[in-house]
Design a protein around this ligand. Structure first.
Ligand code: ZN
Length: 187
């Protein structure tokens, strides 16, 4: 089966607040499988359900995996929430939904999360460094927040302009009015 498509900025569905999962159904299990397939294929170290256009509170993360060693040890988190955060940690972040851009983002260095697994078992996870960053990044997606919301306005506007131009070129549209229209909408 074909992989599901990852939504890309400025798709409005990335801005929705996702709903809690009341019951893990077969559909949710299938969604988790699709998310893992997409994450490993891209490759990325995490993915949130809204990036596939499903506004549900489900994320998958595997920070240790590399294409070379191929060992997969994914965490699948249902309704994750951060219950404690401390310290600060900066990482040059990228996102499968924000093409061709990376920027340093300051986040908590250590986090404690609560979630459930796909069998409904409660999980409590402590993470630090890159893994903590990854959880914070993915959980942001569940609230419609992208990492570009956490950088300076200047850097964000430079990216938005670049992205607007890129999309215009992809559509083969003329230069004129499209720029200002999109700029206003996104700004
Ligand atoms: Zn992301």
């Amino acid at each position: 089966m074909a992989l599901r498509e990852v939504l890309q900025f400025p798709d409005k569905r990335l801005r929705e607040v996702s709903k809690p999962i009341a019951t893990v159904t077969d559909e949710i299990r299938e969604l988790a499988r699709d998310m893992l397939d997409v994450m490993y294929d891209e490759p990325g170290i995490g993915l949130a359900a809204p990036q596939l256009g499903v506004a549900m509170r489900l994320v998958v993360v595997d920070v240790a995996w590399t294409e070379e060693d191929g060992l997969r040890n994914p965490r699948v988190l249902v309704n994750p929430e951060i219950v404690h955060a401390e310290g600060t940690f900066s990482w040059n972040e990228g996102c499968l939904s924000v093409p061709d851009f990376q920027a340093e983002v300051e986040r908590a260095e250590r986090v404690r999360l609560r979630a459930s697994d796909l069998d409904g078992n409660p999980l409590e996870i402590e993470a630090e460094g890159l893994e903590a960053v990854c959880f914070q990044h993915e959980l942001d997606h569940l609230d419609g927040v992208l990492f570009i919301d956490r950088i300076s306005r200047l850097k964000r506007s430079i990216y938005v302009r670049k992205r607007t131009k890129q999309l215009r070129q992809e559509r083969g549209e003329p230069r004129s009015q499209t720029v200002s229209q999109a700029g206003e909408e996104l700004g």
